[in-house]
Design a protein around this ligand. Sequence first.
Ligand code: DAH
Length: 342
Amino acid sequence: MGYDLAAISNLLTQGLKAFESVADATALEELRREYLGGKGHVKAILGGIKDVPKEQRGEYGKAANVLNARITEAFQAAQARVGSTAAARPGIDLTKPGKRREIGHAHIITQTIEEIVEIFQRIGFSQVEGPEVEDEFHNFDALNIPAGHPAREEADNFYLQLNAPDWEAKPVPMLLRSQTSTIQIRTMESRKPPVRVIAPGRVYRPDTVDATHHFMFHQIEGLAIAEDLHFGDLKAVLELFVREYFGPETRMRFRPHYFPFTEPSAEVDIDCQMFKHLKKPWLEVLGCGMVDPNVLQAVGYDPEKYTGFAFGMGVERIAMLKHRIGDIRHFTTNDMRFLGQF
Ligand code: DAH
């Protein structure tokens, strides 16, 4: 373009017109780049001043500076009229609140299990687990639930159809465990006394789903075996647990009950501040008892030498009581409005 004064004049006319008629911020940004950008017309003109022969340089430089000033003014005026691109680019609204990043956390059932297990760990119980697919020996026989016992009914359990070739030859009935008591057996089979374990896990029963029943739920099982354990030890352990978990004022009572794998057996009811809103003085929270000698025998422990106690509780039930949850189905529907509360 050199030092063509006419070119500067044309550029000024065109530029002013363009800035005056620009309609939106995106188009304005394009114009700004075309005229005022690092590689724009105005920069090129200003940069050309030094190449103009001395005699004409004054006049040319003046025209170039006027061009720069007026185009800059026109740009500012246009900007005031249509706004700046950053604020008005389609899809971007700087006044909107930012995106909140969801920070995940453990499910309320996991939290409940961890809190309960931790209390027992403090007094020497170690955490163990067991398989969810079990044989009848671990789910029933070894727990003193013999063939023909109603708890073994087809309709009360999820028996599995295992069709693998090696199963066909000698089919072994398998089922989804209906209680975590199976872990008592598995633990005793693999350890010598003394034993002190706490075992959380999923259990399965073909119950019709409603507000308080589900085909899958969680239990926490406890087992202690040693040479001289008695009912007083069971009571001390459970008393510590209920006071730690439900509050120091909690009262506890044993109500005689029947479980095949313990003798004597009891259910534990508690009375605590936490459940005042339920207006029921005693609420059942777990089952327990002294391990039946038949169970010790089934795993090869000498019932003349060893005694022990066991207990089991339903995690969903405890979480529902503690957090005033009205429907067990909330735990498995993955509704963030529910899960986010815990
Ligand atoms: N397995 C029992 C149930 O599913 C709960 C239970 C009761 C576990 C007494 C125990 C126990 O270890 O001693 O209903």
